[in-house]
Design a protein around this ligand. Structure first.
Ligand code: DGJ
Length: 741
């Protein structure tokens, strides 16, 4: 069914609906938007009775003589502070007289097919106007002459609603936006568990849950990037919800900077969920005739558990957020030299790695950090985007040509937003980095952040990158970002616009991404921020894959990739096989397991293949053939999480093709278990009526999903040769191809 947005005039009620979900709100007598329902699809009817009101002591009311209509008790779409609601508002505007009270009332609405783009911001999109319906509800505060457009788009085939807000100043006064939530969702109860993806460098996106309770729970970033500490995503799930059953609401933010996601539970157990730019250090000047566009928030409802929610996000991100040539193309198997050489390489060393890589089936060679300026370590060179003549005496074009002659595509690492003090760029433009006048500036990894609020800076970096891209005819770019923002200030902006710097910085990053991706549409971009420090929906709009984590240890990656998969598709997660002992943990894992984990990502290698023995090289060659055979399935199939590394010493997941004819199942052990019980895995997503073959045995889809598939092995501690089952060990793993007969 197509999406529909119906306006029931008699009740001034809007019903956004598709096969899977309904979202209902109405206009009150005094023009406020009241929220009625969000969840599984409901029939078209009048739902006015869902507006509940009663008299409560210590309450304030809107109308003289009336003891019912208080915004404190009502569920709202766009709450404000100061007019009887005491929960956090969705908007706060400081006016010329110092007041922050506003009173926005319904003015008009407009319903249309399709989905408009957001100027200068990443957002989901449609390719055909029948894929979605949009409603724009315009509110107006008559006193301050400010209008607000609330945008809602409902997709036809996905349980997804996108939201953002546009604010226009039609007065002759200057106003300042201090708070603007792209999404406000008031829910009628608080019986939820809050699930977030949090961590730090090298342990990004671990799953953490807690029970909602009265008060505010939130995650945020104050670092200028979305950050490895908290991903801009929260799921509210019912206590009984599992991976495969039960209700869950997922929200995320298509944004790469400071965000805030919070749930406020009030004393009557209603929940107010908000997603937006962090109010911390934010104030946006709205001069007469100015307009402000908030980034997009996304809302997904699932009654098929967390997996159901993830699959909706995956499909949306893969097909209607990622763009361009590469979004659904087969990703090349790459080799990256970072963990192979770090800064210690010569042209010949790179070529030796490339030659061996070609022999085993690699398709793309990526030269990481250290090829430019005076960059022989991390103390110098950032900002100088011209080749280091000592390293590559015949230029980057020459190296690229040789790599191509070997038969590989060629890609390069850049860190466009940064500068080292020891660089030509810094010497020429000592004022181009973000700093506060007369105060010292903190460094991170010896580097400083360029002022991307400045068009001049962005233009300079574009020109330099462009020259290299054209000289080397790049096929791929890894865009890294290795420090967070401090002493945030822009010397180009007046005092009353310093609260805009964080957001303008992000807009600058998007501007350069947009310019590069539109000028060079065939280049595959991979975003990176010390691993997964800026792995967010905003950057997926420009770069369809991201380096998931600097932690390349296969066992650590189970948690990282499992957590990441809550929101992001397999195709977006850069995942490489690296050397052992692993460089982050000194752990030794089997080559087989390293590949079995990395297959569930944008697959590659990050080691000097010449250090492997012939038998290992043969294994690598087989791994690459396996990946090439199944990469389309791995990237476009439905991904199911089966066993969580956060709950046991095992992990399992699978992907199933759209037609359910083929699937790949993977099972990983962290620590082996002695004398363990017989174990079965209940598979998901297969056709119950079909017969599937696994390891030459036939099973019905129904059996595999209901009785389960045996993953018992022989690690019982008993040393005899009679077990028919394969022995296993710590860090072991197995992969099965499940083929319909
Ligand atoms: C951090 C990245 O995450 C690594 O993969 C590598 O590119 C280094 N930066 C290079 O400095």
């Amino acid at each position: 069914m197509a999406a529909s947005i119906h306006f029931l005039e008699s009740a001034r009620q809007f019903h956004l609906r598709n096969d899977q979900i309904s979202y209902i709100f109405s206009v009150s007598e005094d023009g406020k938007l009241l929220h009625l329902y969000y969840g599984k699809a409901l029939p078209e009817r009048d739902y006015s009775h869902l507006i509940e009101m009663c008299s409560r002591p210590m309450t304030t009311y809107r109308k003289e003589g009336d003891f019912l209509y208080s915004l404190e008790h009502l569920k709202q779409e766009f709450p404000e502070y100061g007019t009887s609601d005491f929960r956090h508002p969705a908007i706060m505007i400081r006016q010329e007289n110092g007041s922050k009270i506003s009173d926005f009332r319904y003015m008009k609405h407009h319903i249309f097919k399709g989905k408009p783009t957001l100027d200068g911001l990443p957002a989901t999109y449609v390719e055909d106007e029948n894929e979605s319906q949009t409603i724009v509800v315009t509110l107006r505060d008559e006193l301050i002459k400010v209008e607000i457009d609330l945008h809602y788009t409902i997709f036809s085939d996905l349980p997804v609603i996108s939201r953002h807000i546009e604010v226009r100043n039609l007065s002759l006064d200057t106003h300042y936006i201090q708070q603007i939530a792209s999404l406000n969702l008031d829910l009628p109860d608080a019986n939820y568990e809050w699930l977030q993806l949090s961590g730090a460098w090298a342990r990004e996106r671990y799953i953490k849950t807690r029970t909602l309770s009265q008060g505010i729970q939130s995650i945020e970033s104050t670092r200028g990037i979305s950050s490895p500490h908290h991903n801009p995503f929260v799921a509210l799930k019912r206590k009984e919800t599992t991976e495969h059953q039960g209700e869950v609401i997922g929200v995320t933010f298509v944004y790469s900077g400071n965000f805030l996601i919070q749930a406020e539970v009030d004393t009557w157990d209603t929940t107010r969920l908000q997603v937006g730019i962090n109010t911390f250090h934010f104030e946006w000047k709205l001069a007469p005739n100015d307009q402000f566009i908030s980034p997009e928030a996304l809302l997904v409802f699932s009654d098929k558990g967390l997996n159901g929610m993830s699959q909706s996000f995956h499909q949306l991100f893969r097909t209607r957020l990622a763009r361009g040539f590469w979004k659904e193309k087969k990703r090349p198997v790459l080799i990256n030299n970072w963990e192979a050489t770090y800064f210690d390489f010569t042209e010949e060393k790179l070529l030796t790695i490339a030659r061996t890589a070609k022999q085993v089936g690699v398709e793309l060679f990526v030269l990481d950090d250290g090829w430019f300026g005076e960059r022989i370590n991390d103390r110098a060179g950032l900002g100088d985007w011209y080749v280091n003549p000592d390293r590559l005496p015949e230029g980057i074009g020459h190296l690229a040509k040789q790599i191509r002659e070997i038969g590989l595509q060629f890609g390069l690492w850049f860190e466009p937003e940064m500068v080292n003090k020891d660089s030509q760029l810094f010497r020429e433009h000592p004022d181009w980095h973000i700093h506060t006048p007369n105060r010292p500036v903190c460094h991170g990894r010896n580097q400083y952040v360029l002022n991307f609020t400045s068009d001049q800076v962005i233009e300079h970096i574009f020109q330099k990158m462009s020259a290299i891209i054209e000289e080397a005819k790049l096929d791929y770019i890894k865009w890294d970002m290795n420090r967070t923002l401090t002493e945030v200030y822009s010397c180009e902006l007046p005092a009353d616009q310093q609260g805009e710097v964080f957001h303008r910085y992000v807009l600058g990053v998007y501007k350069l991404y947009e310019r590069l991706t539109s000028t060079y549409p065939n280049i595959l971009f991979e975003s990176c921020s010390s691993g997964g420090g800026r792995f967010d929906p905003g950057l997926l709009f420009y770069a369809p894959q991201a380096w998931t984590s600097d932690d390349s240890d296969a066992i650590e990656r189970l948690k990282i990739q499992y957590g990441t998969s809550l929101l992001y598709p397999v195709s977006s997660m850069g995942a490489h096989v690296s050397i052992v002992p692993n460089h982050q943990l000194n752990r030794i894992t089997p080559l087989k397991t390293r590949a079995n984990v990395a297959y569930f990502g944008a697959f590659g290698y990050e080691l000097d293949l010449n250090q492997l023995d012939p038998q290992e090289l043969e294994e690598v060659s087989q791994q690459i053939s396996f990946y090439k055979q199944y990469r389309e399935l791995l990237h476009s199939g439905s991904f199911y999480r089966l066993l969580s590394p956060f709950e046991s010493q095992e992990t399992a997941w699978m992907v199933v093709s759209k037609d359910k004819k083929i699937a790949i199942l993977a099972h990983y052990k962290m620590l082996n278990q002695v004398n363990h019980p017989f174990r079965r895995l209940k598979l998901q997503g297969l056709n119950p009526n079909a017969i599937y073959q696994i390891d030459q045995h036939d099973y019905s889809g129904a059996e595999l999903m209901q009785a389960g598939f045996s993953i018992t092995d022989a690690s019982s501690g008993e040393h005899n040769n009679q077990s028919p089952l394969p022995p296993t060990y710590d860090f072991d793993s197995r992969i099965w191809v499940i083929q319909q007969k």
